[in-house]
Design a protein around this ligand. Structure first.
Ligand code: ADP
Ligand code: ZN
Ligand code: ZN
Length: 741
């Protein structure tokens, strides 16, 4: 028997199958999807590969497969999907196959793993990027490091078992400063193993019933159809999901519900456990340890769990007899992978739903503009919920003009209104959330007198300040201009750079309200030792007065005692260099507003901004998505952004600047010569906003136009050519990326 094997590698040249002989002693254990160890080329060590097919004859002289890891077989459907993905997302087949295999690399199960109390977790130092790996001679040590690159923060016992790494090797690596071992107390899988009282189905409201029956009809007919349940938070979307899942169970079918990583909290999972019991449910999530993920995955593979709740990559779980796919909070950007393979879980879900003739249900209070546009064009079925199911009140939203505050001599981060509201809330012993919607790197400049920000003439996107050259640049089209000291609108010299942090805010709050207890949550505090979850639990259980945080605070949790939400400067997300700036701002503001007053207490929201007239802020104030959509879609059409086109991003990087430039220009010329100009707008190559990262120079090319088979084919050809010319550079192609940096 001859096996077709693909090598586990991201190297483009290796993206094809190689034939290997299956020795007789292994013949009984192989199947499509088996992980194998094989000799390759002149390499001394064995390579890892995956079997993707079998054949009778080969024209080559073949080597034997060395070892096989038995256990899991891929289906033809898996292979077909992997092929589709590798074309569509311009990556190697092995990168896609890997998504579908069991977590970890062995079928051994670790006993007693979860009984221990203090567990040792292993982390790579400095994220593994700057480690001097050349110094490591031992193959086992290298293997351990490579394993950690994909599974950072795993348990020591897991590293021992899954990667077959001994204690002494781990100790050596620690001694030599490659890894750190952190002892933590953990509970068992935080999502399961709890006693939860069962609840009963609710009687659906009329609106819920219409939506439910519409989707049920599709399930009964066994056809593909896409739905968008559009309804404000609390309008009863989850209740509809629960009842649909019940119907699927009655038909012996499985269901998958995807939720954003950060919303996948115990509270969220508990609602499903309360309805269906724990036995039926598997939860797949990156916060689980590798062993826990392995156990959950096996529960699905063995057909024990029929309800799968998970983040993005759960869409690849080996689900038997799938009858329903639900994507909750479908607007969330975490459904798009920014790592290899750069897939969008919504695309994968649609692909699977079409193949299996089942419904795909998207749900959101603030649908992605592209999704809503599709629904409006009747490419998917729009189901609207207009009322809150439990009739709780929407919060009161007030917008404060920071320009005015500044002119009145208030130099702090808090307006008078917000100051008074916090004071009042402290007096009433209610909780407050202060929210700073800053996003990473982006620094923009703004006039503090009139709120003016410099935007690109061609793209209507804030120019980003580049410190090194003291220039303002557009990250989409490459337009640049000199930095300014005086505001061109009002001639004021109060030009300010924005990018202030939560730390500074907490400092100010502690000074202004010394009596208040505060807790901060941002990328710095959510570290290896304190998770996002723990901080939110502490805020809730210890009755801390004020939570200060970034994006992370807005999702997943119910805080019954929070009656005030303050947005420090809504402008931060308005001025990101992204065509989705308005959309993100509206979504974030609507979501944070939803944090205030979720039960019977009246909630108040105060949004501080330098741009009170901006329509995304105006619409968020009114909590009116339809109004927002109508305005935004006009802009998108005028400026030709999605849904009226796709954005294809070429990222070219290398440690040698000349090579990056040269290769970028070559790709540009190829594109210009091969792609129709009427259909596609191709920008000249230019340095990326972060033009050097981890000692690599980074350039990029952007194409605007509708993605179709022809352009995909052309890009494939161009990539193939590139890799023949040089192997000193990397080219990634990303369709509709989230991050343009
Ligand atoms: P969403 O998912 O849209 O935020 P949920 O399904 O979580 O909304 O519902 C919000 C609240 O309303 C929950 O407490 C839920 O139990 C309740 N609820 C939902 N549907 C009904 C119904 N038909 N009758 C009464 N209460 C309901
Ligand atoms: Zn000005
Ligand atoms: Zn521009």
């Amino acid at each position: 028997m001859i096996a077709e094997v693909i090598i586990n590698s991201t190297v483009k040249k290796l993206d094809r199958t190689f034939d290997y002989n299956v020795p007789v002693k292994l013949a009984g254990t192989v199947c499509v999807g088996s992980r194998v160890q094989i000799p390759f080329g002149s390499m001394k060590h064995l390579e890892e590969g995956f079997i993707i097919g079998f054949k009778e004859k080969s024209k080559y002289k073949l080597k034997d497969i060395e070892t096989i890891q038995e256990g899991f077989c891929l289906s033809e459907e898996n292979i077909e999907l992997a092929k589709w993905m590798s074309r569509r997302y311009f990556c190697n087949l092995s990168d896609c196959i890997k998504m579908m295999l069991p977590p970890g690399t062995t079928t051994k199960v670790i006993k007693n793993r979860i009984r221990e109390k203090n567990l040792k977790f292993i982390y790579l130092k400095k994220n593994g990027e700057e480690l001097e790996l050349e110094k490591i001679k031992s193959e086992k040590q290298l293997r351990a490091i490579n394993f950690l690159k994909e599974n950072d923060g795993i348990l020591q016992t897991e590293l021992e078992v899954f990667a077959d790494i001994s204690k002494s090797i781990i100790n050596t690596l620690e001694r030599n400063g490659y890894i750190e071992i952190i002892e933590k107390q953990v509970q068992r899988n935080p999502f399961l193993n709890k006693k939860i009282e069962r609840d009963k189905e609710l009687v659906l409201t009329n609106e819920q019933k219409i939506a439910y029956e519409c989707i049920l009809e599709t399930m009964d007919k066994k056809i593909f159809k896409e739905f968008l349940i559009y309804g404000i938070t609390g309008s009863g979307k989850t209740e509809i999901y629960l009842q649909l899942i019940k119907k699927a169970l009655e038909k012996q079918q499985s269901s998958i519900i995807l939720v954003p990583e950060i919303s996948l909290t115990p509270q969220m999972v508990n609602r499903f456990i309360a309805r269906f019991g724990e036995r039926n449910i598997a939860v797949l999530h990156s916060k689980l340890s590798l062993g826990e993920r392995y156990d959950e995955w096996q529960k699905i593979n063995k057909k024990e769990a029929k309800i799968i709740i998970g983040a993005r990559s759960a869409i690849f779980a080996p689900i038997y007899n799938l009858g329903l796919i639900i994507i909750d909070e479908e607007h969330d950007s975490s459904y798009k992978s920014e790592m290899l393979p750069r897939y969008n879980a919504k695309d994968i879900a649609r692909y699977l739903a079409q193949k299996r003739n089942i419904p795909l249900v998207l749900g959101s209070a603030t649908p992605e503009i592209t999704t809503f546009y599709k629904a409006k064009k009747e490419e998917s079925k729009l189901l609207t919920l207009t009322k809150r199911a439990n009739l709780s009140n929407l919060p009161k939203v007030k917008v404060v003009d920071l320009r005015q505050e500044f002119q009145n001599g208030n130099n702090t981060m808090l307006s008078i209104d917000l100051y008074n509201a916090i004071k009042e809330n402290l007096k009433r012993k209610k909780q407050t959330i202060l929210f700073l919607n800053r996003r990473g790197f982006s620094t923009f400049i703004m006039c503090r007198d009139c709120g003016y920000t410099v935007k690109c003439k061609n793209c209507n996107i804030s120019l980003t300040y580049h410190l090194k050259e003291n220039q303002l640049k557009c990250h989409y089209c490459g337009y640049e201009q000199n930095n300014m000291k005086v505001c061109p609108e009002c001639k004021s010299n109060k030009i300010k750079y924005f990018g202030t942090g939560t730390q500074k805010l907490e400092h100010q709050i502690n000074k202004i309200f010394p009596e208040a207890s505060t807790i901060r949550m941002d990328v710095d505090t959510v570290s290896k030792k304190n998770s996002h979850e723990e901080i939110l639990e502490k805020f809730k259980n210890d009755n801390i007065d004020i939570l200060i945080g970034t994006q992370m605070v807005v999702k997943g949790h119910h805080f019954p005692k929070v009656t005030l939400v303050g947005v420090i400067a809504a402008d931060a997300s308005l001025n990101i260099d992204d065509y989705r700036a308005n959309e993100r701002t509206f979504q974030i503001l609507t979501q944070v507003a939803g944090r205030a007053g979720r039960e019977n207490l009246q909630g108040n929201v105060i949004i501080q901004t330098y741009n009170p007239d901006n329509f995304s802020i105006e619409c968020a104030k009114k909590q009116n998505y339809d109004m927002f959509y109508e305005r935004e879609i006009i802009l998108r059409r005028q400026l030709k952004y999605p849904p009226f086109c796709d954005i294809i991003l070429f990222g070219i990087s290398s440690t040698e600047e000349e090579i990056v430039k040269q290769l970028s220009n070559n790709i540009y010329v190829e594109l210009i010569n091969n792609v129709h100009e009427e259909e596609f707008l191709i920008t000249k190559p230019m340095p990326a906003p972060i033009d050097k990262m981890k000692s690599k120079y980074r350039w990029r090319i952007i194409i605007k136009g509708k993605v179709n088979d022809r352009i995909v084919e052309k890009i494939q050809q161009i990539l193939q050519k590139c890799y023949k010319v040089t192997n000193k550079a990397r080219v990634v192609v990303d369709i509709n990326p989230i991050n343009m940096l």
